[in-house]
Design a protein around this ligand. Structure first.
Ligand code: GRF
Length: 359
């Protein structure tokens, strides 16, 4: 009994705050998880076993959801992929041990070294075989290809020499911009000659926008879009797939992202906003309106927020913020210049960090 109480104490002091953190993250991560019901909240706060259970459950849930989004899979495919990993992994372990018993080796350093080597060789074979009946062959073929790219630095397909060097599949960016395009310009410059990321398309909804000239000067193709077609159906999503777009970057694009895009690019859509969100964001908060509001509220600080895009204006998960001082003499124009300088300094680097998994 004492031990149980002691354990509870330890769990309570160490785990409770950690668990609360997990809950907070989970709530931020997915609004559906918000425990709005106060009765339930009371129960949760006063029931340590429940907290620990939910804490564990949520950790796994978040991990699975992130993986599912990263791999761009439906829940059914995700379960099948996961089963392939599990069955493939177990069969690989079983086969490895069986093969080793055939050698008659005693367990020792040599035995375990051989076992590890066998595992490394058998694992890809096992998962690829299991993936066939589970209908996940396509996923695992790509998975193993990417894995070999990471390990050996080149594609597992026969490498195609290009101008004397090997080619690695580049990640393609589509920049959605309808303004002057100064951020688009900086992003294009940043990724010129980049080994694995390139700007492949500018998407614009405003004829005559400055960004169109920037696209022409840099030989980047342009897709002009219409509001009605953008908001309904997925015609433009299909259009983007022709350019094999991996990430969408919003740099001065004001329309709300429709569901078709959100579903096609989960956690692959990034926006920049000229204020320190959550302040001064939301519908109608763009351009000089943001800086006017910041000055009117006598803020001492403003800045930029780079964030993932979700179904609500300026509400996606934050990736990066940088600040600048708001001086008493600042006007919306001078503040806009300071904020633009921050955008030009950081945005492209943050995009690169996100795509390359550093953020
Ligand atoms: C930037 O201030 C950005 O924060 C906002 O739109 C503006 C675009 O400016 N989303 P530019 O067209 O890149 O100069």
């Amino acid at each position: 009994m004492r031990l149980v109480l002691l354990l509870k104490d330890v769990i309570y002091t160490n785990e409770f705050y950690r668990w609360k953190n997990i809950l907070n993250c989970a709530q931020k991560y997915d609004r559906k998880l918000t425990i709005a019901n106060s009765k339930r909240l009371f129960f949760v706060q006063n029931n340590i076993e429940f907290q620990v259970f939910v804490g564990f459950f949520m950790q796994f849930w978040i991990m699975f959801k992130r993986l599912k989004e990263k791999w761009k899979l439906s829940w059914t495919s995700f379960v099948l992929v996961f089963s392939t990993f599990a069955i493939g992994g177990s069969s690989c372990g079983y086969l490895g041990r069986k093969l080793l018993t055939l050698t008659g080796l005693e367990s020792g350093l040599f035995y375990y070294t051989l076992y590890i080597i066998l595992m490394c060789l058998l694992w890809p074979l096992c998962v690829i075989v299991i993936s066939i009946p589970l209908g996940q062959f396509g996923f695992f073929r790509n998975y193993l290809r990417k894995m070999s790219q990471t390990i050996f630095g080149v594609s597992s397909k026969a490498p195609k020499p290009q101008n004397g060097s090997f080619s690695i599949k580049k990640r393609n960016l589509a920049l959605f911009a309808s303004g002057a395009g100064s951020n688009a310009q900086k992003i294009i410059e940043h990724f010129k000659g980049h080994p694995s990321i390139r700007v492949s398309l500018i998407v614009c909804n405003k004829p005559g926008a400055g960004v169109l000239q920037i696209a022409a000067d840099n030989d980047v193709p342009v897709l002009m879009i219409e509001k009605k077609d953008f908001e309904q159906g997925n015609a433009y999503v299909k259009e983007l797939s022709k350019y094999e777009i991996d990430f969408i970057i919003l740099a001065g694009f004001l329309w709300k992202m429709p569901e078709a895009f959100l579903n096609a690019f989960p956690r692959h859509m990034i926006n920049i906003h000229p204020s320190l969100l959550p302040k001064y964001g939301g519908k109608g908060m763009y351009g000089s309106r943001v800086h006017e509001a910041v000055i009117a509220a006598n803020e001492k600080e403003s800045g930029i927020t780079v964030h993932y895009v979700n179904a609500h204006y300026d509400e996606g998960e934050h990736l990066f913020q940088a600040t600048c001082a708001v001086d008493a003499t600042d006007t919306p124009e001078t503040l806009a210049t300071k904020v633009h300088a921050l955008e030009h300094l950081h945005f492209a680097r943050v995009i690169e960090d996100v795509i390359e998994g550093r953020l």
